[in-house]
Design a protein around this ligand. Structure first.
Ligand SMILES: C[S@@+](CC[C@H](N)C(=O)[O-])C[C@H]1O[C@@H](n2cnc3c(N)ncnc32)[C@H](O)[C@@H]1O
Length: 266
């Protein structure tokens, strides 16, 4: 893991930064982060695990995501569209995509912001950003800024206020997710919208619960979430986002395996 060094890769600026609440502190024995509630060692392992996983998966991520969507009858594009629609993006807006991955949300954002707008794409994994950069080149988009860094550190990495922020299937992987939400909300202009689309522990009742082990296996195998975390109990998204935002909305999707949580900066 890097410690704030800067390098350039393709057309992406690479900024490697540790979680401000864990990795910048001395790893004292028994230290537990007040933000993400992990020990220093757990935090380092957890983040590195996501990094290793997505570094390997990056070149085939889009195909795996499409396969997962087909096998699990998971209309990911419909959910993604719902998240982007909820942002009420206007032409010329600046939009932040946290954990942008290979840029699967870029087309939906680009068609709304237009050439006058700006898309700030942040991700921790360099090889995912490289795939995203390929997409940008293929489409000829000229208005995208790439930042490599930990979402928990987004306030220090993004230099300008934004009109809207989306985090699609990424914050569930971020140990400092509360800090990421607080920081991202701080970057939003008044009236700006924040949408989190992500996985949660399945809340379905009755016979459909038999699908849980299958979904857990798929998400574990393809790295779309950490199934060891009981997201419903341990990550109260609506409550945390509601600390910084108003007009909160929370919608369960796909038998309760997925949620879309949105709010507006007051
Ligand atoms: C499941 S992918 C989602 C990518 C994209 N948003 C999408 O909808 O396809 C999760 C992404 O989160 C990124 N990620 C994981 N931990 C992160 C962190 N701490 N900070 C920033 N990005 C992170 C991974 O590198 C990966 O690209």
């Amino acid at each position: 893991m890097g410690t704030g060094k800067r390098t350039m890769a393709k057309n992406a600026e690479v900024v490697v930064s540790p979680c401000p609440f864990c990795l910048e502190r001395a790893p004292e024995t028994g230290f537990v982060c007040s933000e993400c509630r992990l020990t220093y060692q757990e935090h380092a392992l957890y983040t590195d695990k996501a990094l290793a996983q997505y570094t390997v998966q990056a070149p085939r991520y889009d195909k795996l995501a499409a396969l997962f969507s087909a096998v699990a009858l998971y209309p990911v594009q419909r959910y993604r569209k719902a998240a982007i629609r909820a942002l009420n993006i206007q032409a010329g807006d600046t939009v932040l995509d946290i954990g942008c991955g290979t840029g699967l949300s870029f087309p939906l954002i680009e068609e709304r912001i237009g050439p006058e707008g700006r898309l700030i794409a942040l991700d921790y994994t360099a090889s995912m950003l490289e795939q995203a950069a390929n997409k940008v080149e293929a489409h000829g988009w000229q208005n995208i800024t790439f930042i490599r860094g930990d979402a928990a550190n987004v306030a220090a990495l993004v230099a300008r206020p934004v009109n809207a922020t989306v985090a699609a299937f990424s914050l569930s992987l971020v140990p400092g997710w509360q800090q990421a939400i607080a920081s991202a909300a701080g970057l939003l202009q008044a009236g700006g919208r924040f949408a989190v689309l992500d996985w949660q522990t399945m809340k379905a009742r009755g016979p459909v619960r038999v699908l849980s082990p299958v979904l857990e296996w798929l998400t574990k195998r393809y790295g779309l979430a950490d199934p060891s975390v009981n997201f419903s109990d341990e990550r109260p998204w609506s409550e945390v986002m509601g600390t910084y935002l108003t007009d909160m909305s929370y919608r369960d999707m796909h038998l309760g395996t997925t949620f879309l949580c949105t709010g507006v900066k007051g």
